[in-house]
Design a protein. Structure first.
Ligand code: EPZ
Length: 418
């Protein structure tokens, strides 16, 4: 079984270019089936989830080729409108293909995505919105069967600013007749990147990044080349790691505006952070102060995905730090693993209270989910002795060449198979 072996204690020093964003490339790969031509996506990260999305595109009839960090998609000859169960199970966010397949083919058949490590993940907002656009939906034998004689633009008010539901509506609405207005839309940077791709392919779309997005159905006639934005959650992982173990890091191509809440928290903990253009530089002596309560919220609030690594970085801080999770029910599954390493963390429902300790020790732990796994890597870098992290497949879903990147900054890390 594959494991990561990390011997902690060293500082991290160097520079790195941030990989492309997983949560942007996935909806854009889904959007590529709406393009009557070829799409070229640059800065595509090498991830398990990207492989899963490419398998779905090929299953639908797209021609897909990868050249380094570029992915070429030719979606002219799509023949199918179903995503088989095994591909849906590989990646929960395959549900974002629903709006695109329905828009392109007038029919879409997907197996119902179950919950995941983070708790129940209903898609009621997605389905309600597609119905409002004129789709008939029924559940048949664990599948969602979605059909339309022709989608028609309308006003859609989302009960909560779901990222996935906003993306699904955007993809269906570019194929609808007339105008769609989404209110209480998600404002995440990944929504803005998706809108940029759609606009470059011929869509008329405005307001992405704000709570109201307007889309005039026009279809996507133009082949286009699009550079995927940097991954703000991966950037936050490396910033939290350097904050925790000490050192100096220059993050190139990081888009600092996407990381304001994290930068504020790390500065409050005593890190020196400078921003110049797209680059961020952090210096830390590894002796962090406690951080004021960290409360996760939809963007521009503190991102739920950045919280596990910041929590790991606070386990040796001077004093107590409180974390409040508002997005997912089971976001703290990795905490039990941190406790195996000696961390002092009290959990009460959505609240975690972390009391700083002087030393963390290595242990045999398992990744519980993608960001929980990353938090264990951060903790291991600052622990005495060796840590072995199992279930690394969770981490590979979102981090491109993690060992090589951390190794390049001086970390003692290796992947072993035993
Ligand atoms: C996206 O998931 C991200 N995934 C997640 O990142 C991220 O944590 C999440 O947004 C929040 O920022 C991708 O972009 C691929 P939501 P998504 O719909 O779209 C509830 C990572 O580590 N909800 O905004 O699934 C839902 O259960 C992953 O990279 C409904 O109740 O998130 C959750 O509690 C993890 N009904 C909350 O809303 C719905 O129909 C936010 O979900 C839809 C969502």
């Amino acid at each position: 079984m594959e494991k990561l072996k990390i011997r902690g204690g060293g500082q991290l020093v160097g520079r790195l270019r941030v990989q492309g964003a997983k949560n942007s490339v996935l909806p854009i790969l889904a959007a590529s089936i709406l393009v009557q031509g070829e799409s070229v996506l640059q800065n595509c990260p090498d991830l398990k989830d990207v492989d899963a999305a490419i398998s779905i595109l090929r299953h639908l009839g797209c021609k897909v080729k990868r050249q380094g960090k570029d992915v070429h998609i030719d979606s002219k000859a799509i023949t199918r409108c179903d995503v088989p169960d095994d591909l849906m199970r590989e990646m929960r966010s395959s549900v974002i293909f629903l709006g695109a397949i329905l828009g392109r083919m007038g029919e879409a058949i997907l197996s119902l995505p179950g919950g995941c490590e983070l708790g129940p993940r209903p898609i009621d907002l997605h389905l309600e919105a597609l119905r409002a656009l004129g789709a008939d939906l029924e559940e048949v034998g664990g599948n969602i069967v979605c059909r339309t004689e022709g989608l028609v633009g309308t006003e859609i008010n989302l009960a909560s600013p779901s990222v996935g539901a906003t993306e699904n509506v955007m993809l269906a609405a570019v194929c609808a007749k007339g105008e769609t207005v989404i209110t209480n839309a998600a404002r995440e940077p990944e929504i803005v990147d998706l809108a940029a791709f759609l606009a470059a392919s011929g869509a008329r779309i405005s307001g992405a990044g704000q709570s109201t997005i307007t889309i005039s159905g026009s279809g996507l006639g133009k082949s286009t080349t699009h550079r995927i934005m940097p991954d703000r959650i991966v950037a936050s992982t490396y910033l939290s790691a350097v904050a925790f173990v000490g050192g100096r890091l220059e993050l190139l191509d990081a888009e600092p505006t996407h990381l304001e809440t994290l930068i504020t928290a790390l500065r409050a903990a005593g890190c020196e952070i400078t921003v110049s253009g797209q680059d961020i530089q952090i210096e830390s002596d590894g002796k962090l102060g406690a951080i004021s309560p960290v409360i996760t919220r939809p963007y521009p609030g503190f991102p739920t995905d950045a919280m596990p690594c910041l929590l790991a970085a606070s386990v040796k801080a001077q004093g107590t730090t409180v974390f409040i999770e508002n997005i997912f029910q089971n976001r703290y599954r990795y905490v039990e693993e941190l406790r195996r390493m000696g961390a002092e963390i009290k959990l009460e429902g959505r609240v975690a209270v972390v009391t700083g300790i002087s030393n963390l020790h290595g242990a045999r732990v398992d990744a519980t989910d993608l960001r929980g796994g990353a938090a264990l890597v951060v903790a291991a870098l600052g622990a005495e002795g060796e840590t072995q992290i199992g279930e690394v497949h969770h981490i590979d879903r979102g981090y491109d060449s993690l060992e090589a990147t951390l190794g390049g900054l001086g970390a003692d890390i290796e992947r072993v198979n035993d």
